[in-house]
Structures are given as C-alpha cells and as structure tokens.
Design a protein around this ligand. Structure first.
Ligand code: TXA
Ligand code: MG
Length: 359
C-alpha cells in the first residue's frame, strides 16, 4: 500500500516481515523519516546523529525547534556514546525499567547534534519495549531520535492509521505493528542534576520509581514553588494532545462530576452545540443527548490510558463542538492520564463547586 509517497508496511510476524523492517531501517540510515510502533505511542524516527535528518522531523510535524527529542536505543550499551557520563543511578534505572516507558535525561556527549536537544546540554534517552521498534533501531544501525508521530499539538497516535491521518505524504514510511498497548507516553525523568525530577508523568509511575531511587519530585510542583525558574522541559510550555473540539475537564468526586456533566450537556445543547462526553464506565449510561465514549472504570487508569488518544480523535471524527471529560484520581497511571487531559483542556472545573459555579 502506498499513500502519497509514504510507504506502508504491516508487520504481522516479526520474523517473516523482517525484510520490511530492514528497508525501513535503511531509509533512516540514509537520512529519511519512518514512523514506527512503540509500547507507548507511535514515534516518528530519524537518525539521531544526523542533524539534517532530525530537522525533517520538526518540519513534518510542524514542531517548534526548541522542543527537544527523545533518542531511542536498542540496548543499554548504546547510551554510553550518547551521554557524557552514566551514573550508577542511571544504570540502575535502565536495568530496572528498560526496555520500557521510562525516558532518562542525562548529560549529553558531543556526538549528539544540537538539533536533537534543542541546544540543551542534556539528552533524553529511552529503550522502547516493542520488538518492531528495537529491530528497526538495530536495522538502522544508529540511535533513532523520535517524537510522537502526530502533527504538533494534536493527540498522539496509538495506531498506524492515526499516523497516516496526520502525516501521510509528509514522511517516507510507516511501520504498522498494531495498536500501542500502553497508550500514553513514557515518563521523562531528569537525573542530570542532583535531585531526580519527573518532567512528564507517564508509563512508569512515581510509585514504581521511589523504591528504586528514593523520593522523586514533579517539575510541575517545583515550578509552582519557584515562580521564576526556567521550565526544565521546553515541551511543557506548549499546548498538547488537543483534539479540534474544546475540552472541558471536570475534576472531583464521581457523583459530583456526573451531576455537573448532565447540567453542562443541557447548557451546551441549548447553545446548539454537539456534545461529546469522555465518561467513566460508572457514569456513562446516565448521559442523554451526547456522544458518549467510555474510558472504562475510574479505578482502572491503565484501561483509560489505552483508549484516551483514540477517543479524542474519535470525537473529532464525530464532529463534536465540545468534549466534556470526566477526571479520574491522580494516582498511579492516573497521573499521566490527568496530565494529558489537563494539557488538552481549555477549561478545568472542580465539579464539587457545581451549584455555585457560574462559568
Ligand atoms: O513515549 C514516548 O516518550 C514517545 C515514544 C515515541 O517514545 N515519545 C514522545 O516524544 O513522547 P515527544 O517528543 O512527543 O516528547 C518528548 C518530551 C518533550 O516533552 C520534550 O520536551 C522532553 O521529552 N525532552 C526531550 N529531551 C529533553 C531534554 N534534553 N531535557 C528535558 N526534556 C526533554
Ligand atoms: Mg508528543
């Protein structure tokens, strides 16, 4: 299948379809762009050691050039040449969580071009837990710089179809390895300075990190404390993960959220708006007069993470004008889900204030 000069390879069997991965690797080795599956979301890969190739990623996505990229490796050994020094703590994290959804920010080596790091003196690295991703990196023979394979600002892709919706004709190829299992991006953990800081909550939770490296902080909390420090992750300042419709995020207790959602549906319908609700399974059946998509139980953030981005894209296909999203508890993987919903949302409402709130 060919889509506007974008090659497409379906990988059903990693051994039988090895030739396709070799071809895709060769494209990356010669400076091209290939989108590929990872366990978190699909990535858009280029040779991380080739500044010119990396520049094409920013162009294809419409991404601001000061937002640095994650470098993907197929083995821990490859990090040695990318980083100016791997601390025992860094190695411990790699041995515990790799391959997997943990990105480590380390001091960079001279080998990593400034296009990858947005001029920072650190580099973000991760080893993905997806056989197609690792075989692609091995086939390319170079580390692979890759952001999520979506147009900048829109929801990240969790299937090859999502990638083609955004990037057909703008990239050289797409490897289809089926849907991403996890559905939200990796945790970005900065260990380049003394205190480990979570720059972006993701697939590896704080609860999982603490037994391995002790207490960790969230950059978001640090930045609130110290108003005037520079954001540590340039990506955090941009609006992200947003569908075309406006998102209103309701936070609070399940019952308060349900009541507030029902009121909002009525209000928006009165304004002739087509309403979508991203609902918990507990509340989904209560809502009338709206397109309702359930993310599963409020108590199961892993299920919500797996469907979150596909649901946001689906609402756009349905042509809704506004999406009301039910928040969930901020613990475990729920932290990553809520982080993405907050970044997608134009408005965040505490549902407990339902009676008095007149927005
Ligand atoms: O799960 C993932 O991490 C996916 C898959 C494809 O691996 N990738 C991904 O990449 O989410 P992207 O570009 O969408 O997000 C990378 C994040 C951004 O917030 C960026 O600012 C941050 O990592 N980042 C990259 N390098 C950094 C650095 N040297 N220092 C601080 N933050 C960095
Ligand atoms: Mg992204």
């Amino acid at each position: 299948m060919q889509k506007n000069n974008t090659r497409y390879w379906k990988i059903d069997d990693i051994h039988r379809d090895n030739q396709a991965i070799k071809e895709a690797g060769a494209i990356i080795a010669r400076g091209g762009l290939v989108a590929f599956p990872t366990e978190t979301v699909y990535g858009l890969g280029a040779n991380a050691l080739d500044g010119k190739a990396v520049k094409k990623i920013f162009k294809a996505k419409g991404r601001p050039s000061d937002n640095p990229l994650i470098v993907h490796v197929a083995g821990i050994d490859e990090v040695k040449k990318l980083s100016a020094g791997c601390s025992p703590r860094a190695l411990k994290l790699m041995h515990t969580f790799w391959p997997g959804p943990l990105t480590l920010v380390l001091p960079k080596s001279r080998l990593v071009p400034p296009e990858v790091t947005g001029g920072l003196n650190t580099v973000a690295v991760r080893m993905p837990d997806h056989p197609v991703a690792r075989q692609l990196i091995a086939a390319a023979g170079v580390p692979v710089a890759a952001p999520s394979a979506n147009l900048s600002g829109s929801p990240s892709p969790t299937t090859a179809r999502h990638v083609l919706e955004d990037l057909a004709g703008r990239v050289d190829g797409v490897l289809d390895g089926g849907p991403s299992n996890l559905g939200v991006e990796s945790t970005v953990l900065d260990i380049s300075t003394g205190e480990p800081v979570i720059l972006r909550p993701g697939g590896i939770t704080a609860e999982q990190l603490i037994p391995v490296i002790g207490q960790v902080k969230y950059a978001a909390a640090l930045e609130k404390d110290r108003q005037n420090i520079k954001p540590r992750s340039p990506g955090l300042k941009y609006k992200h993960y947003a569908p075309k419709a406006g998102v209103v995020l309701l936070e609070g207790r399940a019952e308060d959220i349900a009541r507030h959602t029902e009121e909002l549906i009525k209000r928006y319908q009165g304004e002739n708006k087509k309403v979508g609700v991203l609902a918990s399974a507990e509340n989904a059946r209560r809502y009338r007069g709206a397109e309702v998509l359930s993310y599963g139980s409020r108590g199961n953030p892993a299920a919500a993470a797996a469907v979150l981005y596909a649901a946001l894209r689906r609402f756009d296909m349905l042509g809704v004008d506004v999406i009301i999203a039910e928040g969930m508890p901020d613990t475990g993987l729920g932290r990553a889900v809520m982080d993405r919903l907050r970044r997608a949302a134009g408005k965040i409402v505490k549902a407990a204030a339902a009676e008095t709130d007149t927005f």
